[in-house]
Design a protein around this ligand. Structure first.
Ligand SMILES: C[S@@+](CC[C@H](N)C(=O)[O-])C[C@H]1O[C@@H](n2cnc3c(N)ncnc32)[C@H](O)[C@@H]1O
Length: 242
């Protein structure tokens, strides 16, 4: 088995995205508004959405590529069903009221062709009128603000230090992660690259339409702010299976 990007990141993900819990209430509200009971999170990672949504009463499962992330999440004792698989071509033989694709997961796929496959799969896994929640980057804004910048994240006990350096290539918004860990008296250092496809919103919009989805809401983040093409960091599309 080849190592995935997130096999290397594992626990460092929670350090870097420590404020994810703040976005959960809005997601839960959207799901409740659409009478969602069962849900599937694609790329469920360390469970930063899946676990609190389960605790909020949703019958939620996850799908995750990285065995290390699945193992890290299992340590949280959340008693969740997490399927090991690829969002590009999964087959769970069941349908859900909603599918969540948050934290840019859809553009971790490396082409629009792969995205189309994932949308086709997701259509099959949704009940009629089911909800697909997409949280995507709005790359031009992010690139304008942070191309060729670096950021650091340090755990309270200094045991984990993460440096992330970001820049745009012709095809990807690329982050180099340098992760320094200290466990007992041992030091380790791992590096990995996270690539987000510089997707075309117009192409993705047509792909959603062609794969049987209607966009029923557009927001600028997962707090419900309106979307502003020139200033929003995120593009959130609430879609419904036609
Ligand atoms: C950016 S993290 C988001 C985790 C979680 N959704 C959250 O918001 O906290 C992306 C997760 O998706 C997983 N992932 C990436 N590509 C995937 C794929 N093709 N199929 C399934 N999971 C994937 C990664 O291993 C990682 O755990």
């Amino acid at each position: 088995m080849s190592l995935t990007t997130y096999d290397v990141i594992r626990d460092a993900y929670d350090l870097v995205f420590a404020n994810t819990h703040e976005k959960v209430p809005y997601v839960a509200d959207i799901l409740r508004k659409h009478h969602v009971k069962s849900a599937l999170e694609l790329g469920s990672g360390s469970g930063l959405f899946t676990i609190p949504l389960k605790q909020a009463g949703f019958d939620i499962e996850g799908l995750e590529l990285s065995q290390e992330m699945i193992a890290f999440m299992a340590k949280k004792n959340a008693k969740l069903t997490i399927h090991h698989g690829n969002i590009q071509n999964y087959q769970l033989n069941k349908q859900f009221d909603a599918i969540l694709m948050v934290s840019s997961i859809l553009v971790l796929l490396d082409s629009h062709a792969a995205i189309a496959e994932s949308l086709r799969c997701s259509y099959e896994h949704l009940v009629p009128k089911g909800i697909l929640l997409l949280e995507l980057p709005n790359h031009p804004v992010e690139i304008r603000a942070s191309n060729h910048t670096q950021e650091t994240h340090v755990s309270d006990d200094n045991a984990t230090i993460v440096v992330i350096q970001s820049h745009a290539t012709a095809k990807f918004w690329r982050e180099h992660w340098y992760i320094f860990r200290q466990e007992d008296k041992t030091f380790s250092q791992e590096t990995t690259i996270c690539d987000e496809l510089l997707y075309s919103p117009q192409t993705l919009q047509s792909q959603l339409h062609d794969n049987g989805f209607e966009i029923i809401g557009t927001y600028g983040d997962l707090f419900g702010k309106p979307f502003d093409e020139n200033n929003s960091w995120r593009r959130v599309w609430l879609c419904q299976k036609k």
